[in-house]
Write a protein that binds this ligand. Structure first.
Ligand code: NAD
Ligand code: TYD
Length: 339
């Protein structure tokens, strides 16, 4: 079995590669990644010498390059993590989101049609469902919830999902889609809430909470997401969407306070800043389908997962300090100065 993992030098893709190479020593795993600002080759250092692993620097929008790679490797399964993934960046500059997230997905699926695969899996997000009100805790996203996007990021992911389903219906491509809630864990890029707050708190810098910090996200430990995708590509039904989430809703402000406490830092570092435009209020996943059909359940409880994550950032300072010392400084200045 040969699995092509796109975007494997990013947060979730790298964790997925570690999971697959660890669990299936007989599988060959090819990682295709453009190495944008969010991709880090150093993340893949632990598997670079593995004879069953190959890294290829490539843009998923590069049709010729993608076809060439399919000719060389003939992957059985493609798992597409490659994407522009940060909502705030999509608000500043939507274009690259449309290119990579939509057109890149099309190129990959065209290659799958041309060379043949047993499964194309699209890693999507709960953000395609839009948001839920804070005062209706009974409402959760199911696979039947209508697509209703808020940001250029979520709109691009939703467009890709529709295209994936169109390729299934029109060409019979054996596809699956997973829509997961917010992930956290090792190798999470420091522009996102949890690693950003850990890095800033460790440097005694202000902790920029958007609006009043009351927005709710449904947090899942990244390893649990990887295990869910592993199940879907092996046992999931073609043409189906699977929601993934762990019933773990938390307000942003409570996460930030928890990080302060765990690191022994004062809550006075918390600074309320101008809210994100179009900010989604609440995400909450109903994972009944993947539980009943595939037997998936989250294994890491938030209290344990967040401690493990904080410890990982304490133990791997070189990884994230190298990232935030580069062009990230300009990004941070642009997004947060005078906010
Ligand atoms: P990430 O930003 O950490 O990593 C994205 C990776 O894709 C990077 O390695 C980057 O170099 C690569 N990439 C970007 N454009 C590319 C291109 N044109 N060609 C090839 N490679 C390219 O993102 P992540 O958080 O690991 O998210 C992975 C996937 O999971 C995305 O599709 C995202 O929409 C989805 N997702 C993320 C979350 C989350 O909480 N992070 C939740 C649900 C779904
Ligand atoms: P983020 O990690 O960007 O994920 P997403 O927008 O995909 O859910 O943000 C998580 C939540 O944290 C979201 O409600 C926005 C908020 N947030 C802040 O309050 N401050 C920050 O500096 C960042 C990056 C996010």
């Amino acid at each position: 079995m040969t699995i092509l993992v796109t975007g494997g030098a990013g947060f979730i893709g790298s964790n997925f590669i570690f999971h697959m190479l660890g669990k299936y020593p007989e599988y060959r795993v090819i990682c295709l990644d453009k190495l944008t600002y969010a991709g880090n080759l150093s993340t893949l250092a632990p598997v670079m010498e593995n004879p069953n692993f190959r890294f290829v620097k490539l843009d998923i929008c590069d049709r010729e390059g993608v076809y060439q790679l399919f000719e060389e490797e003939h992957p059985d399964v493609v798992v597409n993590f490659a994407a522009e993934s940060h909502v705030d960046r999509s608000i500043e500059n939507p274009e690259v989101f449309l290119q990579t997230n939509i057109l890149g997905t099309q190129v990959l699926m065209d290659a799958c049609r041309k060379y043949g695969i047993t499964r194309y899996h699209q890693v999507s997000t709960d953000e395609v469902y839009g948001d839920l009100p804070l005062d209706r805790p009974d409402l959760l996203f199911t696979e039947e919830t209508p697509i209703h996007t808020s940001s250029p990021y979520s709109a691009s992911k939703a467009a890709a999902d529709l295209l994936v389903m169109a390729y299934h219906r029109t060409y019979g491509l054996p596809v699956t889609i997973s829509r997961c809630s917010n992930n956290y864990g090792p190798y999470h890029f420091p522009e996102k809430l949890i690693p950003l707050m850990i890095a800033n708190a460790l440097a005694d810098k202000p902790l920029p909470v958007y609006g009043e910090g009351l927005n709710v996200r449904d947090w899942l430990y990244v390893e649990d997401h990887c295990k869910a995708i592993d199940l879907i590509i092996h046992k999931g039904r073609a043409g189906e969407v699977y929601n993934i989430g762990g019933h773990n809703e938390m307000r942003n402000i409570d996460i930030v306070k928890l990080i302060c406490k765990a690191l022994g830092k004062p809550e006075s570092l918390i600074t309320y800043v101008t809210d994100r435009k179009g900010h989604d209020m609440r995400y909450a996943i109903d994972p009944t389908k993947i539980h009943t059909e595939l037997g998936w359940l989250p294994e890491t409880m938030f209290a344990d997962g967040i401690q493990k994550t904080i410890q990982w950032y304490l133990d791997n300072k070189t990884w994230w300090q190298t990232i935030i010392s580069g062009e990230y400084q300009d990004y941070y200045e642009k997004m947060y100065a005078n906010r």
